[in-house]
Ligand binder design. Structure first.
Ligand code: FMN
Length: 169
């Protein structure tokens, strides 16, 4: 994998995250979990390039996200084969499924010991800076909380992370 300058990325992350989706992965090659995510963002905070993701506590990935200092965001592309991987990693849980085996993901280790995948066209290696649970009373538009939370599951936890590396194949 080659490192690219983070500040030179010209991705349209509205498209990349919202339409292409991403795999959020935490852990080491020996023990990790990955899941599909389509909510999150890329930006600039505390004078650092940052990524933020939202993970519900019921996800198996959540425990890994809590324990680990780093996570990776892997962008696989829009091809059908990649869509199949995203659909599998976004519908099955690592608690009872070997997602790597079932999806054909090829595990790669970054220089820092994090996990990404051979299929990724771009990987952002991220280090956690701030994490907090979303709370009902913090929604200034209560209809958003009503639409997304309640019977549909627990409030997401938000992780704000420094992007420490951008990697391409
Ligand atoms: C397109 C798509 C986007 C998703 N985005 C998120 C997300 O942003 N946050 C989240 O907690 N779950 C999201 N999910 C759900 C998880 O990917 C799904 O529950 C997954 O099976 C969790 O796997 P795990 O239990 O192995 O962590 C998304 C699923 C799909 C299909």
């Amino acid at each position: 994998m080659k490192k690219v300058e983070i500040s030179n990325l010209t991705e349209n992350f509205f498209e990349t995250i919202g339409k292409e989706w991403m795999l959020v992965t935490a852990g080491t090659p020996g023990r990790f979990n990955t899941m599909t995510a389509s909510w999150g963002g890329i930006g600039w905070l505390w004078n650092k390039p940052v990524a933020f993701v939202f993970i519900r506590p019921e996800r198996y990935t959540f425990g890994f996200a809590e324990q680990e200092e780093f996570m990776t965001l892997a962008f696989l592309g829009k091809e059908k084969e990649m869509r199949n991987i995203y659909n599998l990693c976004g519908s099955k849980s690592g608690r009872d499924t070997d997602k790597v085996k079932e999806s054909g993901l090829k595990v790669l280790e970054t220089d820092g010991g994090q996990v990404t995948f051979g299929q990724a066209r771009l990987t952002l290696v991220c280090r956690k800076l701030y994490a907090d649970d979303l709370k009902e009373n913090a929604f200034t538009d209560k209809s958003v909380a009503g639409q997304w939370y309640g019977e549909k599951g627990g409030y997401h936890k938000m992780y704000v992370m420094e992007i420490t590396e951008a990697l391409i194949p």
